[in-house]
Design a protein around this ligand. Structure first.
Ligand code: DQA
Length: 152
């Protein structure tokens, strides 16, 4: 099982950026948490971050045929990007959405998630732990799907 973990704009500044909202742990700590979780679970993983919408779209497109599922925190593009939504729909890979902060309790403009419409589940407000939960959920989902695939 191979997955791709994608992070959108400004998440490279974790630890520096608004620590009251996003915590004191930096991006390196996030990458380590994801890699350690995947190693423990026997999952191959690539962790990717970009500040550019088109680069994120390219990365999602490139996931087709190379990974089994996606964990994505599109960051600010969550609330604006139909292109990222369309890319997720185009590849039709199981995707889980993560937000470090609880966007449901924040500004009005954060109440819309375009990407979330193409995701099977969303974790928010759990800090970096949300990524771990998302990976475990995706693993279970893929395992279940594999089973039902072989039964059919
Ligand atoms: C975020 C929430 C978004 O609204 C914000 O633009 C981010 C991070 C989160 O992880 O809580 O950059 O996706």
């Amino acid at each position: 099982m191979n997955i791709l973990v994608i992070n959108g704009p400004n998440l490279n500044l974790l630890g520096i950026r608004e620590p009251d909202l996003y915590g004191k742990q930096d991006y390196k700590a996030l990458v380590k948490l994801v890699e350690d979780t995947c190693a423990q679970e026997g999952i191959g993983v690539e962790v990717f971050q970009s500040n550019h919408e088109g680069v994120l779209v390219d990365k999602i497109q490139a996931a087709l045929g190379t990974v089994d599922g996606i964990v994505i925190n599109p960051a600010a593009y969550t609330h604006t990007s139909v292109a990222i939504l369309d890319a997720l729909k185009a590849v039709a890979l199981p995707a889980v959405e993560v937000h470090i902060s609880d966007v449901s309790q924040r500004e009005e403009f954060r109440q819309v998630s375009y990407a979330g419409r193409a995701c099977i589940k969303t974790y928010m407000g759990l800090g970096l732990e949300g990524y771990r939960q998302a990976i475990l959920y995706l693993k279970e989902f893929l395992k279940q799907n594999e089973k039902s695939g072989t039964e059919a």
